[in-house]
Design a binder for this molecule. Structure first.
Ligand code: FE2
Ligand code: FE2
Length: 247
């Protein structure tokens, strides 16, 4: 058979509506962030993950951490010059990044990516879903890389959530180094300066509870990942502890 094929009709592109709904090329199927937050299966993943973390003695990994990571990832992407659609994907990936903990801590990025893929595979455009699951799978320092702008934003958002409200134990003698570092953090803020092209993690730490060196002991790997993530967004990463620039 020969001849020139008729040009294919234009395919409607999936995207984000002004209301924040993620649409697919086939029609109105899609999920807004509010629908993701209200999805019973995804909510059960987050609750179950937090129960496992509690059982293992880890800091809070529930809805507070999920919503905060979502919001920060969204803001990082908008303030570093990315479009609304990309920022919405960062928001969804940030919200769901730790659900793999409902199995176990090891490889929870990868298991979480698979859980989210199965939960959303019929409800999102495949390209958007692949961006989200890759960001989820790559958010931890031991096996993660900044594989996209969305991935970079989730890494920065996740690692900047250091705060005393995440510590579950009230008996101070039981504190381990992770608890001490989190409990010592009175304030944390991730500042994106779009003019200077910097992303700065600003921490206020009570040195009576944790020394700055302790912070470095457990956060060195995380900070290296943050540096790579900021690079992926075209920015330089800075770390400010008690107004002193440390990186
Ligand atoms: Fe994680
Ligand atoms: Fe996390």
């Amino acid at each position: 058979m020969s001849g020139t094929a008729e040009p294919a009709p234009p395919t409607p592109q999936g995207g984000i509506t002004p209301e924040g709904r993620i649409t697919t090329p086939e029609g109105p199927r899609g999920l807004s962030f509010e629908e993701i937050q209200g999805d019973p299966e995804l909510s059960s993943f987050i609750s179950a993950a937090d129960r496992v973390m509690e059982g293992m003695g880890y800091t809070e990994h529930g809805f507070r951490h999920a919503n905060l990571t979502a919001r920060i990832a969204y803001n990082v992407l908008i303030r570093s010059g990315h479009d609304e659609h990309t920022a919405n994907l960062g928001c969804a990936a940030g919200y769901l990044h730790d659900v793999g903990n409902m199995l176990t801590r090891d490889a929870h990025g990868q298991t979480g990516g698979l859980l989210v893929y199965h939960a959303l595979r019929d409800r999102m455009p495949s390209q958007d879903l692949s961006t989200i699951v890759a960001a989820i799978a790559n958010h931890e320092e031991d096996q993660g890389y900044s594989v996209s702008e969305v991935s970079a934003a989730v890494i920065l958002a996740d690692k900047s959530d250091v705060h005393r409200s995440r510590v579950r134990k009230t008996g101070r003698p039981e504190f381990d180094i992770h608890d001490r570092v989190n409990f010592a953090a009175e304030q944390s803020f991730l500042r994106v300066d779009s003019t200077a092209k910097t992303i700065t993690l600003e921490l206020t730490i009570d040195p009576q509870i944790s020394q700055v060196m302790e912070y470095f002991e457990i956060f060195l790997g995380r900070m290296q990942l943050c540096r790579m993530a900021a690079d992926a967004l075209g920015c330089r990463f800075k770390l400010l502890i008690n107004d002193a620039e440390l990186a």
